[in-house]
Design a protein around this ligand. Sequence first.
Ligand code: IPE
Ligand code: IPE
Ligand code: MG
Length: 248
Amino acid sequence: MQLDRPSKTPRHVAIIMDGNGRWAGARGLARTAGHRAGVERVREAVRTAHEANIEYLTLFAFSSENWNRPEEEVSDLMGILKYFIRKDLAELHRENVCVKVIGCRQSLKPDIRGLLDEAEDRTRGNTGVTLVIAFNYGSRNELVRATRLIAEAVQAGQLDPCSINEHSLSAFVDTAGIPDPDLVIRTSGEQRLSNFLLWQAAYSEFVFLPCLWPDFDRQAFLNALDEYSRRDRRFGAIPARAERAVGS
Ligand code: IPE
Ligand code: IPE
Ligand code: MG
């Protein structure tokens, strides 16, 4: 079932899925139990995005800084990603979801790289929700990689430095072809970006929620969308009402 598209539905919602460890800790469980519970909410969030007519859903699953965690947790997180793709890819494909992956793939193990490539290849032609998985993703790393690509194109004589502008730079970052997020949600009460979409979120609206990611259900998602619908986005201009007053 799809809800009617309210006039202020975001086209692209990006979520920093935070708080799995604290969710587990509060229950006396190992952190990995929190990550597993979080996967259920990933499935639910994709369904809610479809229901709410959201075109792009980006989920921050593993940051370039998350390598700083104990080896055992990193290995659990890699295992959970593998399990998710193996188990859910067919279902995502059936639901017409198009999977895209952002982040540095080069430094991932070949089996993980292979699964991420497979998820993208298999769902490339799908026309439903685009699920963007941010894995081994960090904005600063993304901008460094984009800068290298630009430098190489200039060196090869394919790009005139004078022609580089905000629009053309966007074509070199991992999110090329994906509109900027209208709304960024972060769970767990933290109010920071943690190196997520620094370039793309220049004019995003932010909703910071106290709930931990494994508690982020359909209703919490719909409430965040409702909060977004009441925001006034101005992009540096003045509100329409004030503009009329200036002109009168
Ligand atoms: C988010 O939950 C998942 C990842 C970063 C991979 P955390 O694991 O950061 O949980 P907290 O913030 O420690 O509670
Ligand atoms: C951000 O959460 C990364 C993901 C949700 C994947 P972290 O838990 O890693 O962020 P910090 O360390 O609290 O800033
Ligand atoms: Mg965290």
